[in-house]
Write a protein that binds this ligand. Structure first.
Ligand SMILES: Cc1ncc(C[n+]2csc(CCOP(=O)(O)OP(=O)(O)O)c2C)c(N)n1
Ligand SMILES: [Mg+2]
Length: 545
């Protein structure tokens, strides 16, 4: 048996179940070996799409996603998606074929590529060690939540696997340690909660794990804390009457007001970065700040004054609950009533600016929120439009919202929704994208149609890079580089096998109902011609560059 086959088998035995990629000569055998051993392979049409699919799949609870790419150009095509995953600490294993001859057209320094975006670089080096090295890379991705690029030199892949190469010795790999906080750290947190009158919990990526919601809600309930999330954990506290939804640029006016008035903010597995705090403006001058995090380096990385509690979210919240003093804290009836009626963006009054031939993005999104079933999973691209789907579409829980924006790249939204849809197949996938982001990642429309995903793709089409238009336009700059003639995106989608509609006024959405009531055997694209309208979170984004 060749190394490629032995490695494929071993990775599936280790738990690899879903592989995304584009197959070329160098990753043909390893990909087939994974499939033969029982993994599911999804062929993307661009490696960038495949990388983001694997990232989103992993984030949305599918388990460690695998990405399989051809040597050199296959990997470089995937690099934006890999950078996004690495920045987000997504457990992801990239199987990258590799040439060893520098004169090959495919040669590029693949280890340097990995390091340049913060991914871990690994390599199989011999027939005898390949399986062990491959399994170690998989475990590193899973247990340390890292994006690992495992380079697979073609000559090594082609060797006869060494004796015993398909088996592995479990003793070689230490189990991941669970991070139990120290007694002193728990005492600090408990005392801070006892002293606080208006505590707010902000749950981040580290709160998405099993049992975290329950543990946090129990502690928040005991200590009278209001609860919010960063964008990547949106949905975590859905249904909780004390939930403020997202903290940061997307916060509704009421959420922002209540967070700003807190006297204690506890970030749970949350960096409290510029987005989550509006460049610090959501943290009052005298507000005490505590971060609960697995990693010491995260403490104070964004908020100088943050005090640290080292531990994982669930273990720390559970330990604190045992010691915490009961208090009403921030949970006053008047506040609950205001939250019930004001915290959702869709309940904030606005003047519809729609015309005869262009729809207001808020009106469009609220109408879709009413039309689409609640059991949905929403993926969003980047751009001026992105706050509308993020804040006007409700989601069932934190596995219903996938936000791949750590690299702030446009073009990832469609692939994000494909990966998310495969991780949560019982939910209606909704991709929310701008015209710019859609056209950048457009090749994956074919993947959606081929997989038969019952996806709704909503294109907020302003025929422009709206983010740039609204940032530079008011200063009188020439906008010819960021404005485009109309594209009939509905026709493009039909060409890929979609059902598609063009929406200019709310009544144009009527076919969505019919599609929902039908067999949903073809995906639906909504090309919504939206008015050009600067969004409230945009200036925030440009302030941070
Ligand atoms: C890969 C990449 N290229 C360029 C940018 C800069 N950029 C940020 S938003 C944006 C416009 C996106 O246009 P669209 O998808 O139509 O959304 P809109 O802003 O119009 O709502 C661009 C080009 C980026 N973030 N990522
Ligand atoms: Mg646009």
């Amino acid at each position: 048996m060749k190394v490629a086959e032995a490695l494929g088998r071993a990775l599936v035995a280790e738990g690899a179940g879903q592989v995304f990629g584009v197959v070329g000569s160098g990753n043909f055998h390893i990909t087939n070996a994974l499939v033969d051993a029982g993994a599911r392979f999804v062929a993307a049409r661009h490696e960038g799409g495949a990388a983001t699919m694997a990232d989103a799949y992993s984030r949305m609870g599918g388990g460690v996603g695998l990405l399989s790419v051809h040597q050199g150009c296959g990997l470089t095509n995937a690099m934006t998606g890999i950078a996004e995953a690495a920045k987000s600490r997504t457990p992801l294993l990239v199987l990258a074929a590799e040439v060893t001859n520098r004169q090959s057209n495919f040669w590029v320094d693949q280890a340097a590529l990995a390091e340049s975006v913060g991914a871990v670089s690994a390599r199989i080096t011999s027939a005898d060690t390949a399986v062990e090295q491959g399994v170690a890379a998989f475990r590193r991705a899973r247990d340390e939540r890292r994006t690992v690029i495992l380079n697979l030199p073609l000559p090594v892949q082609d060797m006869e696997a060494g004796h015993g190469a398909t088996s592995r010795n479990p003793d070689t790999y230490p189990e991941a340690s669970s991070a139990i906080p120290s007694d002193e750290d728990v005492a600090l947190l408990v005392a801070a909660l006892r002293d606080a009158e208006r505590p707010v919990f902000v749950a981040g990526r580290g709160s998405r794990g099993p049992g975290c919601r329950d543990a946090l809600e129990a502690l928040a309930g005991r200590t009278g804390a209001l609860v919010a999330t960063s964008a990547v954990a949106k949905g975590l506290f859905n249904g909780n009457p004390w939930s403020l939804d997202v903290s940061g640029g997307f916060s509704s006016p009421l959420a922002a007001e209540l967070i700003r008035d807190a006297d204690l903010i506890v970030g749970w597995g949350c960096a409290l970065n510029m987005w989550t705090t509006r460049h610090g403006h959501l943290i009052g001058e005298d507000t005490r700040v505590i971060q609960v995090d697995l990693e010491r380096s995260a403490i104070g990385a964004w908020q100088d004054r943050a005090e640290g509690v080292i531990g994982d979210v669930r273990a720390t919240a559970t330990a604190a609950l045992a010691e915490a003093t009961a208090a009403d804290g921030y949970r006053r009836e008047a506040i609950r009533d205001r939250i019930a009626t004001e915290v959702r963006w869709r309940d904030v009054p606005y003047d519809d600016e729609g015309t005869e031939d262009r729809i207001d993005a808020r009106t469009l999104t609220i109408a879709l929120d009413d039309l689409l079933p609640a059991e949905r999973i929403v993926g969003v691209d980047s751009g001026n439009f992105m706050g509308h789907p993020s804040m006007f579409l409700s989601v069932p829980d934190e596995q219903g919202f996938c936000f791949t924006q750590a690299f702030q790249s446009i073009g990832l939204g469609l692939a994000t929704t494909i990966g998310a849809a495969l991780a949560q197949p019982d939910r209606l996938p909704v991709a929310a994208v701008g015209d710019g982001g859609l056209l950048m990642g457009v090749s994956e429309l074919e993947t959606v149609a081929r997989l038969g995903l019952p996806m709704v793709v909503v294109v907020y089409n302003d025929e422009a890079y709206g983010a740039e238009v609204h940032h530079f336009g008011p200063h009188g700059h020439e906008l010819g580089t960021v404005e485009f003639p109309p594209t009939d995106i509905a026709a493009v989608a039909r060409g890929f096998g979609f059902e598609a509609i063009t929406v200019r006024v709310p009544s144009d959405l009527a076919p969505v109902r019919a599609w929902l009531d039908g067999p949903r055997d073809r995906p639906l694209l909504i090309d919504a011609k939206v008015i050009s309208q600067a969004s409230w979170w945009l200036e925030e984004a440009f302030a941070g560059h």
